[in-house]
Design a protein around this ligand. Structure first.
Ligand code: UT7
Length: 331
C-alpha cells in the first residue's frame, strides 16, 4: 500500500517594511558594520514598528498570501501550529488569535515554543497529524518578533536578531513526496546559555525584573556557537545515514539562519557545496522560528518536484534537529 505522507503544497512569507541597517546600529551601540559582517554575515534586518502590533500581525500577512496562492478557503484549515517564542501574549495562543484574524473558524491549534528549531518541531508534528489520517489541511507558521525581547543597548544580541514570519500548508500526498523523515533532539541543560529569564512563572514581571533587564534575550554566544555547529551537522548526518542519502543526493540544505559562519561550517561538515545552501541571513538576520520558512518562500520558484531538501536548525532549549523533505510541486 502507498504510504500517506504530508506534503508542503505552498509557502509564503512576510517581513516588515522597516529595515534596521548595520550603519544605524553603529549609531546605537559600540559596533561596526565590519564586525557584524565578518562575525555574523548580517547586513540588515527587518523590524516590526507600530503600536499594538505583534507576531500574529506578521503571520496574518504570510498566511493570507499562502491561502490566496494555494486557492484555499480559510474555513477549510483544520489545524494551525504557530511556532514562536514571542507570542502576542502569554495566553491565549497566537494560533487562536491568528485563526480569528483570518477567519479560520473550523481550526484548532496551538503555539509551539522550541525557539530556533520551532519550525522543524512544528513541521514534524503537523506531518504526523496528516499521516495519521486525522487531518487534511494543516498550517505550520514560524515567526518571531524578536525586536520585542531584544535589548537595543546590548551589542552582543541586538545586531543578530530580526522580525519575520513564514507559513506552509501541509496536505496529504501519496506520490512519494513530502516530509520523509526527521531527527529531532533537545537538551534542557542548555537553557543556561540562551534564555529569557523573566516573564514566566518562576520570575513573573515585576519592577525588579524590568530594572534588571531580565525580559530580554540572554545569550552566551561562544558556547551556543560550538553546540550549534556540532549538533546541527550531527542531526543532519544521522538523518542522511539512516535514509542512505549521500551529499550528492541533496538538492538544497536549508539551514536555520543564526550566523553565516555556523551555516558554512555545517555545510562543510556535511560535504555540501555553498551553491546548494539557502542563505538570506544578510537581509533578515536571525528571525528565530521564521528563518527556515522564509528561505523556502524565497527559493520556492527554484524548487522542483522530487528535490531533496535537508532542513537543519539549532536553538534555545537547547533544541535541534534535521528534517528531510522531498519537494512536492513545481511552481
Ligand atoms: O539562533 C539561536 C542560536 N544562536 C546562535 O546560534 C548564535 C551562536 N553564536 C554566535 O553566532 C556568535 O557567538 C556571536 C555572533 C553571538 C558572537 O560572535 P563571537 O565571534 O562568538 O564573539 P564573542 O562573543 O566571542 O565576542 C568577541 C569580542 C568580544 O570582545 P573581547 O572580549 O574579545 O574584547 C565582544 O565583546 O567581540 C565583542 N563583541 C562585539 N564587538 C563589536 C560582541 N558583540 C560585538 C559587536 N560589535 N556587536
Amino acid at each position: 500500500m502507498t504510504k500517506l505522507r504530508a506534503a508542503i503544497t505552498g509557502v509564503h512569507g512576510y517581513v516588515p517594511e522597516y529595515i534596521l541597517t548595520n550603519q544605524e546600529l553603529e549609531k546605537m551601540v559600540d559596533t561596526t558594520d565590519e564586525w557584524i559582517m565578518t562575525r555574523t554575515g548580517i547586513s540588515e534586518r527587518h523590524i516590526l514598528k507600530g503600536e499594538g502590533l505583534g507576531v500574529s500581525d506578521m503571520a496574518v500577512e504570510a498566511v493570507k498570501g499562502l491561502l490566496k496562492k494555494t486557492n484555499t478557503n480559510p474555513e477549510d484549515i483544520e489545524v494551525v501550529i504557530f511556532c514562536t517564542v514571542t507570542p502576542d501574549m502569554v495566553f491565549p495562543a497566537s494560533a487562536n488569535i491568528l485563526s480569528d484574524k483570518i477567519g479560520m473558524k473550523n481550526a484548532w491549534g496551538f503555539d509551539l515554543g522550541a525557539a530556533c528549531s520551532g519550525f522543524l518541531y512544528g513541521l514534524t508534528t503537523g506531518a504526523r497529524l496528516i499521516e495519521s489520517g486525522a487531518h487534511k489541511k494543516v498550517l505550520v507558521v514560524g515567526g518571531d518578533k524578536m525586536s520585542s525581547i531584544v535589548d537595543y543597548t546590548d551589542r552582543a544580541t541586538c545586531v543578530i536578531f530580526g522580525d519575520g514570519c513564514g507559513a506552509v500548508l501541509l496536505e496529504p500526498s501519496t506520490d512519494e513526496c513530502g516530509v520523509m523523515d526527521a531527527v529531532l533532539r533537545s537538551d534542557g541543560a542548555g537553557r543556561e546559555f540562551l534564555h529569557q529569564k523573566a516573564g514566566g512563572s518562576v520570575k513573573p514581571a515585576s519592577h525588579a525584573t524590568i530594572d534588571a533587564g531580565e525580559h530580554y534575550v540572554y545569550q552566551e554566544g561562544k558556547s551556543v556557537f560550538k553546540f550549534a555547529v556540532t549538533n546541527m551537522s550531527e542531526a543532519a548526518a544521522d538523518l542522511m545515514e539512516r535514509n542512505n542519502l549521500q551529499a550528492d543526493d541533496i538538492t538544497w540544505l536549508v539551514p536555520h539562519q543564526a550566523n553565516k559562519r555556523i551555516i558554512d561550517a555545517t555545510a562543510t561538515r556535511m560535504g555540501i557545496g555553498s551553491e546548494k545552501v539557502m542563505i538570506n541571513i544578510h537581509k533578515y538576520g536571525n528571525t528565530t522560528s521564521g528563518t527556515i520558512p522564509l528561505c523556502l518562500w524565497e527559493w520556492e520558484k527554484q524548487l522542483k518536484k522530487g528535490d531533496n531538501l535537508i532542513l537543519a536548525a539549532f536553538g534555545g532549549g537547547f533544541t535541534w534537529g534535521a528534517v528531510w523533505i522531498k519537494w512536492a510541486y513545481n511552481s
